[in-house]
Ligand binder design. Structure first.
Ligand SMILES: [Ca+2]
Length: 252
């Protein structure tokens, strides 16, 4: 039972510094032709406002939409069946927090902004029946097919004090020009090799007998949402510290 008269003992407790992180969010839409990429999204840097606040984390959320058209044409002398070959196509995106030339350290020593891979797009195990080369390059003849592939997904990457280079790269006054693009890889293999005449070291289109793979349309669109998490600098935080006074008397 508690007594409301003067307490028999006093404890002055400094509460653990209670600092609620605040956030700042921005969303940057993008839509580009991968065949012509990369692009240079401009984002708002995290401004410390003269050292009054400190960035403790940053989250990048990428909403990806990919639309790919693949064109496969044979210049071989014989027909091939679906399943005689397989194509695996991969596009690995890269996002760099600044440009190598210019950016934050323009005119200074070499700039090497951090980058990461926020997702990849795949078109796997592509195959199809193809007639022998029809003598016309690039047409939609019996020696060719087109395929469409699309995908939509979200990738979220979070960085905190364990990644000081990332936090430093986005901390500045004003805007930061970033780089968004990637690189593609195409793997081809015969399952049933038709044993066409071997092309030279550098196969020539359309004279050499081969399968030719291109991506006439390759669009990458979506948006990037960047969320800064920050706290007041410690000197400011101190003023927010709560003092707690507890008085407790236990009746004997
Ligand atoms: Ca053709």
């Amino acid at each position: 039972m508690l007594d409301r008269r003067l307490p028999g003992s006093l404890f002055l407790l400094m509460a653990p510094t209670l600092v609620v992180a605040e956030t700042l969010e921005q969303t940057i839409p993008f839509d580009y032709d991968v065949n012509s990429g990369p692009i240079f999204p401009v984002i708002e840097s995290f401004d410390t406002q003269g050292g009054q606040r400190e960035l403790t984390g940053v989250t990048f959320e990428f909403n990806h939409n990919f639309d790919l058209e693949m064109f496969v044409e044979s210049t071989g002398p014989t027909a091939i069946n679906s399943g005689d070959f397989l194509v695996d196509f991969t596009y690995i995106t890269l996002y760099q927090l600044g440009t190598v030339d210019g950016g934050k350290k323009e005119g200074g020593p070499s700039n090497d902004p951090p980058f990461f891979g926020p997702g990849a797009f795949f078109a796997e195990s592509v195959t199809g029946a193809l007639a022998a080369y029809d003598g016309v390059p690039g047409n939609d003849g019996p020696d060719a097919f087109r395929r469409n592939f699309s995908d939509t997904f979200t990738v979220t990457q979070h960085y905190d004090g364990a990644d000081p280079d990332v936090l430093a790269a986005v901390t500045d006054v004003g805007q930061l020009t970033t780089v968004f693009g990637g690189f593609s890889e195409t793997f081809f293999r015969w399952i049933n090799d038709p044993n066409w005449p071997a092309p030279g070291l550098f196969p020539e289109y359309p004279d050499d007998a081969a399968l030719w793979i291109s991506t006439p349309t390759f669009r990458h669109s979506g948006d990037i949402t960047i969320t800064y998490e920050f706290v007041p600098e410690p000197a400011t935080a101190g003023s927010l510290a709560a003092l707690a006074l507890f008085a407790l008397r236990r009746r004997r």
